[in-house]
Design a protein. Sequence first.
Length: 170
Amino acid sequence: MKKKERIKTTEQEEMTKFVIVLLVVLICVGGIYLLTRAFVTKDLFNNNAQETSTGKVNYKSAIVGNILNRPYDEYYVIVYNTTSEVASDISTILTDFDNRTDDAKLHMYIVDLNNKLNADYYNPQKENKKATDVSSFMFGDKTLLKIKGGKVEKYITDLTKIKEELNPKK
């Protein structure tokens, strides 16, 4: 029995080479994809790849535009720049305030002047201590406001007086 010889043209040979090169490239790309999933994102063998985390709302934070319309009749608002020199002192005062257990303690809101939403209200050289509405607010590095009935009752900028107001000696 005589075997038939197949004759290939140069076009067929080039097409065969092209298909082989294409398969090698696809195998390399697939290998890189699998290695990335296995070692970089580490979700290839993880059955719980769709993990979700629940968001948490910080009810103590506020923005300047909401200072006067909080849901309490009487409360404090501490407005300060978290990148200023007094930020650690304010944090200590707030920790002491949070640790108070007396019934006279009012609710406290914190406004960070370093937040871009509050940046327009931060100018230590033009601080407005007589502000009565949101449009006239202008704060320095530290300010404590006592709000009662939607109006500013106290406006304190001295660190010692802020400490005395929030943590009075018994």
